[in-house]
Design a binder for this molecule. Structure first.
Ligand SMILES: [Zn+2]
Length: 149
């Protein structure tokens, strides 16, 4: 089990079952506006560009480039026992920016700004709310590969 379970800051997605089902398959989903073609991540039902509510899910590659990163030594309450840990901000290849933890496939000494990364979605579910977080892994890493480490 992923050691950060219960400690990361989850992004809540309420009642978006389809989105969660895709994520459970290890697919990173954004949305695409059917009217103007605008793509968004995280997915949004209402287009930020033309305000249309007519959208479809689109699978994103998860390919991303590291924009910046930081190693947390003085961890906030609840995170003390996992510090130090490293988080990064990436630009997704398609569109969007995402803050995520580095996963086990990358060691801190190999982290370089501008490096290629694979965003791997991970899902936890509660009754009414689906919680998602992401980890940054070596290019080509899949959910199942990352999970087995
Ligand atoms: Zn639109």
């Amino acid at each position: 089990m992923f050691k950060w379970f219960g400690k990361v800051n989850f992004s809540p997605y309420t009642k978006v079952t389809e989105f969660a089902n895709h994520l459970k398959d290890g697919r990173l989903m954004g949305s695409k506006c059917k009217q103007c073609g605008q793509e968004s991540f995280p997915p949004r039902a209402d287009c930020g560009k033309c305000l249309s509510g007519d959208f479809e899910y689109k699978e994103f590659s998860g390919k991303a480039t590291l924009l910046t990163y930081t190693t947390i030594h003085a961890a906030p309450t609840g995170f003390e026992d996992v510090a130090p840990y490293t988080i990064g901000v990436v630009d997704l290849k398609e569109t969007g920016r995402l803050l995520a933890w580095f996963g086990d496939t990358i060691s801190d000494k190999d982290i370089k700004i501008g490096m290629e990364l694979q965003v791997v979605p991970r899902v936890f579910e509660e009754l009414e709310e689906i919680k998602v977080y992401y980890s940054l892994e070596k290019p080509g890493t899949t959910w199942s590969a990352a999970e087995s480490s």
